[in-house]
Design a protein around this ligand. Structure first.
Ligand SMILES: O=C[C@H](O)COP(=O)(O)O
Length: 248
């Protein structure tokens, strides 16, 4: 049985004090909610504040990205050692906004996923197709290629720790959501490719859906057998909205 993971990606929103205000309001709303895992991904400047406030609660916190090296001359980056020292438990890798704006390649994503695993961080590997790719029937090829690139040399013995976030790029921040049927069908495709790379453990790997998830549609998405959670952007910025999604 895969425990669902409900994740908030705050992207480049919230100062530390705004993040703290969110957490103070959010924790009572989800107190005692252990059915699902709940993880917040604040910006790096708010990460320590959030980690310190959620410590000992049913909510975890992670980083929106990281470098693969332990340390080095990489201006502006954050290492896995820095994140684990802070108390982060999860990390987003390969978000489509990083692929689009930050020159994030499959090779770099591959190094980061393996670095996360070797440091005990849970990687949420983000994949997804563009609208023109879906419309021209290339969705499966795109996802297969992203998975192959990201998972080359991935240590199979740690496969159960991997989390995939399927986020169709055309649904991110657009208000367009994949229907539950389209999302479920695509998650099955992703799981089948995971099985090709990693074997039967693919059945234990959680595949989250992301792209305009909100309180109004979270239940119908999360009821699908192969949708094992949600990666939420805009609707995770308000405590009541994100709590409603988590309590679908
Ligand atoms: O990481 C989250 C996704 O990019 C989805 O963002 P969104 O919920 O604002 O569409």
């Amino acid at each position: 049985m895969r425990k669902k993971l409900i994740a908030a990606n705050w992207k480049m929103y919230k100062t530390p004090s705004e993040a703290l205000t969110f957490v103070e309001a959010f924790l009572p709303l989800v107190a005692g909610h252990t059915r699902d895992e709940i993880v917040l991904f604040p910006s790096i400047t708010s990460l320590a504040t959030v980690i310190n406030r959620v410590r000992g609660t049913n909510v975890a916190a992670g980083a929106q990205s990281m470098h693969w090296a332990n340390e080095g001359a990489y201006t502006g980056h954050t290492s896995p050692v820095m994140l684990t020292t802070l108390g982060a438990t999860h990390v987003l890798i390969g978000h489509s906004e990083n692929r689009q704006y930050d020159n994030e390649t499959d090779e770099r994503i591959n190094l980061k996923v393996k670095a996360a695993i070797s440091h005990g961080l849970i990687p949420l590997l983000c994949i997804g197709e563009q609208l023109d790719e879906r419309e021209s029937g290339k969705t499966e090829d795109v996802l297969a290629s992203q998975l192959a690139g990201a998972l080359a040399g991935f240590p199979k013995e740690h496969a159960d720790k991997l989390v995939i976030a399927y986020e169709p790029v055309w649904a991110i921040g657009t208000g367009l959501t994949a229907t539950p049927e389209i999302a479920e069908e695509t998650h099955v495709i992703v799981r089948n490719h995971m099985a090709q790379h990693l074997g039967d453990v693919a059945n234990d790997i959680r595949i989250l859906y992301g792209g305009s998830v909100k309180p109004e549609n979270s239940k119908s998405l999360l009821e699908q057998p192969n949708i094992d959670g949600a990666l939420v952007g805009g609707a995770s910025l308000k405590p009541d909205s994100f709590a409603a999604i988590a309590q679908y």
